[in-house]
Each structure stands twice: as structure tokens, then as C-alpha cells.
Design a protein around this ligand. Structure first.
Ligand SMILES: Nc1ncnc2c1ncn2[C@@H]1O[C@H](COP(=O)(O)OP(=O)(O)OP(=O)(O)O)[C@@H](O)[C@H]1O
Ligand SMILES: [Mg+2]
Length: 432
């Protein structure tokens, strides 16, 4: 008989950021310093293509993004979580230098890196794992959703986690919140991250703390695939891609209405997990050949520059930075010098708000639907607990809050409450 492995950890594998928790003290959990000075780390892997190594060198997190930004030859992988529920999950992806790897190896490599960080911190092996998952990996398709979780579990097992237990991310956030409440209440947890917006209606209270099975306290949960990376996408389509021809009309031929230039390339460019698909030689050749569709050849030239210099992730990052900057300063400047010398774009508060308005409405709608499923009136919700990076958007918090006028608004740790709660759950299921 193999002995029961001792150590355990909890991982919040996020679309944009990930974090790891270990048991601490008598019954708590603490976050691992996954990078020097940081307890969260971008979910990013960079494969270097500049070495002559048979096994390409990989770097993770902020170092991965820095390598990419510094122009090191190689391939940046982000939003790997979004791939889990898509057809890409079974495919290989090019990593530069004529090499390719299965997408799932990218996920596994990232999990291995987090495992090593946890073990270096704990000082012993961690072979049992609580892994967070969104309420839905894939909206409205249970079979694909099951496959997404199975793929993530297989990646975790492949790197040496012998036991893997899943917990819903918003439930984990509720466990973190519960440590601070003094009496029983119904709370709607809103976890608005990079890839998903998840809502859970949860009963919390001092007397419920520490129960191993909390299924009865989860009154309803609901999620959708609209969150921070979708806001980035809308901002990029609104403020950046028109300069590259998005929605522009071609030259007017005699007696015919001008036609709009093909738009799929722009949607792919603006979608984090599809960016790498636009650089294949066939795709680049196809786009080069449609130059005559453009009334303004400059727009086509800019588009080709983005493809040839692989600026897709850079543009998406500019859009993301502008989204965040505009909430504070009211406007943002987007530097597009890499696309064309001196090129730039401006983003104003109203313009940004209009670009993401439909997404905000869908998210607020999902919050209301969560209650409907449980037959609970909005007035019974005593608190709204906000977590996830996108709750940095005041307009989003406002929009959700307006649907529950009686509820207190509680802001959790935007980037840490899910990992903390997963750590608490790991203690409940693994003991120790
Ligand atoms: N100040 C801010 N204002 C608005 N959005 C922000 C801010 N800071 C970060 N974000 C956004 O938060 C998102 C990342 O949040 P978080 O780390 O909670 O997501 P995640 O856990 O990786 O994703 P998911 O839970 O959906 O898998 C990104 O889209 C990022 O642009
Ligand atoms: Mg998250």
C-alpha cells in the first residue's frame, strides 16, 4: 500500500492571474509568494525560441510578459484557461523555432511551476490539491464543461498531484468572507475576473464555519463568460482597431455599394486566446492578398505590420491598460508607435463606458438571474461581496449594486480572496 501523501496546496488557476495557498496556523491559510514580492502571478508562459536547446526554455508570470515585451524571440501564451473549454484544447500550438507543443502541456507546465513554488515555500512535497474552477468553463454546454474540468485535472495529475479536489471559485470567495461576519446572512458573491463573471448566493455565519460539507449553504450559483478580457476586447475594437481598418469600407466600385473589409481578423486579434492563431503563414498570406479591399491602404499596411511584427498581445495589453487608466484619470492615451511611427489613440470615459455597456448589462442581468433560480427576492440579500480584478471598475460595482439596493457592499481582496478560500477548503477536505 502506498502511504497517504502528506502535503497539500490550493491553486486558483485564473484566466489572467493565479495564486497558491498553503495551510497556516491552527485553521487558516496563507498565500505563497509565487513571485518575489507578489502573491499573485500572471497566468502566462513564454517559450524562448532563441536558444538551441532541444527543450525550449520556459519562463512564467511577470518574467514571461517581460520577455515578450522586451522582444525576446519566442512565443507568449496567455488565457490558457479559456482554451480548456474550446476545441483548441486537444490541439497543438506553435511555440516558435518550428516547434509545437500540445496546449495542455502549456497548462501542465504552468501548474508544475506553481507546485514547485508551493513546495519551496512549504519545505515539503505537496501532492494533494484543491483546484478552483469557475461555475461554468463553457456556458450552456455541460458536456464540454465536463471535458474542460477533466482536462485541467489531467494536467494537475500529470505534474504529480495524486489527489485533486475541485471547488467553485465563488464559493471559495464566500469562505474567505465568512471569517469576518458576526451573524448569519445571505450574501451574493460576485467574482468578476478576466474570463468569467461568477455569482453565488451563499448562506454564511459563525455557526456554519468549519462545516466540511457546505452544499446546503449554496443557495444558487450562476456564471457567464463575460468579464475583464471581454472589456479589453471591446475597448480594442472601439479605440484601436478602426485605425487598422476595422469596420471601414472598401473603395466604391461603379454602380455598387462599397463593401466592408473582412472583420474576422479584427475579432481574432482582439481575443486574447485567439491572438496566436493570426500569425500562421497561411493566414498572413491571405490577409496580405486582400489589400484591394481597403479604400485606405495605410490601414492595411498597419494591419500587416501588426501581423508581421506579432504585435497582437501588445495591442491587447494596451487596450487593457487603457481600460484601467480611464477609470482613474477619465481618459487614456494609447501609444501605437510600434504599429506606425507617431500613431496613437485617445480613449475617453464616455467612450469606454459605451463600449462595455452591453457587457456590464449582461453581467448585472446574470446577478439578478442567480436569485431567480433560487426563488429568493433581491431584498433578502444582505450583502454583496465583490472580488476579482474587474471589480476595480466602479461602474461595474454600481451596476450590480443597483439591482440590490438593500444590500451592503463589501469589497474583498480583489486578487486574493479566491485562493485564500480555496486554502480554507483544502483544510476542510484534507485536514491538517
Ligand atoms: N483596476 C482595475 N480596474 C478594472 N479592471 C482591472 C483592474 N485591475 C485588474 N483588472 C482586470 O481584472 C482582470 C483579472 O482579474 P482576476 O485576476 O480576478 O481574474 P482571473 O482570476 O485571472 O480570471 P477568472 O477568475 O475569470 O479566471 C483582468 O481582466 C484585468 O484587466
Ligand atoms: Mg478568478
Amino acid at each position: 500500500m502506498t502511504p497517504r501523501p502528506a502535503g497539500f496546496a490550493a491553486i486558483d488557476f485564473g484566466t489572467s492571474n493565479s495564486a497558491v495557498a498553503l495551510p497556516a496556523g491552527a485553521e487558516g491559510a496563507r498565500l505563497v509568494e509565487v513571485e518575489a514580492g507578489n502573491s499573485t502571478m500572471p497566468t502566462a508562459v513564454f517559450y524562448r525560441a532563441d536558444g538551441a536547446l532541444a527543450e525550449p526554455e520556459r519562463v512564467y508570470g511577470r518574467a514571461a510578459i517581460a520577455a515578450y515585451v522586451d522582444g525576446v524571440e519566442g512565443r507568449l501564451m496567455r488565457s490558457m484557461k479559456s482554451i480548456l473549454g474550446s476545441n483548441l484544447a486537444e490541439q497543438r500550438t506553435e511555440i516558435g523555432g518550428g516547434r509545437s507543443v500540445p496546449y495542455l502541456d502549456v497548462v501542465a507546465g504552468y501548474l508544475r511551476h506553481l507546485k514547485q513554488r508551493a513546495e519551496a515555500d512549504a519545505g515539503h512535497e505537496t501532492s494533494r490539491l484543491v483546484l478552483g474552477r469557475p461555475v461554468f468553463f463553457v456556458d450552456g454546454e455541460p458536456e464540454r464543461d465536463r471535458r474542460a474540468q477533466a482536462a485541467l485535472e489531467a494536467a494537475a495529475r500529470a505534474v504529480g498531484f495524486a489527489e485533486v479536489v475541485f471547488q467553485y471559485e465563488p464559493i471559495a470567495a464566500a469562505l474567505d468572507h465568512e471569517r469576518r461576519v458576526e451573524r448569519e446572512q445571505i450574501v451574493l458573491v460576485a467574482d468578476i475576473g478576466g474570463g468569467t463573471s461568477d455569482f453565488s448566493l451563499v448562506r454564511v455565519g459563525p455557526s456554519r464555519r468549519g462545516r466540511a460539507d457546505r452544499r446546503d449553504d449554496i443557495l444558487a450559483s450562476h456564471g457567464l463568460h463575460v468579464a475583464g478580457t471581454d472589456f479589453d476586447r471591446q475597448i480594442e475594437l472601439e479605440a484601436i482597431l478602426p485605425l487598422l481598418g476595422f469596420r471601414s469600407l472598401g473603395p466604391a466600385a461603379k454602380g455598387q455599394l462599397p463593401r466592408e473589409v473582412p472583420s474576422r481578423i479584427y475579432f481574432d486579434l482582439a481575443t486574447w486566446h485567439l491572438i496566436n492563431t493570426v500569425y500562421t503563414p497561411a493566414r498572413v498570406a491571405e490577409l496580405r492578398s486582400i489589400r484591394s479591399w481597403y479604400a485606405d491602404p495605410l490601414q492595411h499596411r498597419r494591419l500587416m505590420q501588426v501581423l508581421e511584427a506579432r504585435l497582437g498581445h501588445g495591442l491587447a495589453a494596451e487596450a487593457e491598460a487603457a481600460k484601467i487608466a480611464v477609470t482613474g484619470a477619465g481618459r487614456a492615451h494609447i501609444d501605437l508607435d510600434a504599429v506606425e511611427s507617431g500613431l496613437g489613440a485617445e480613449l475617453g470615459r464616455e467612450q469606454a463606458a459605451a463600449a462595455i455597456d452591453a457587457d456590464l448589462e449582461r453581467i448585472a442581468q446574470a446577478a439578478r438571474e442567480t436569485l431567480r433560480g433560487a426563488g429568493i427576492a433581491p431584498e433578502r440579500v444582505e450583502a454583496l461581496y465583490f472580488t476579482g480584478g474587474s471589480t476595480g471598475l466602479a461602474s461595474l460595482v454600481e451596476r450590480i449594486g443597483a439591482a440590490f439596493p438593500a444590500a451592503a457592499r463589501v469589497r474583498g481582496e480583489r486578487f486574493a480572496s479566491v485562493a485564500q478560500g480555496l486554502g480554507l477548503h483544502a483544510r476542510a477536505v484534507f485536514g491538517g
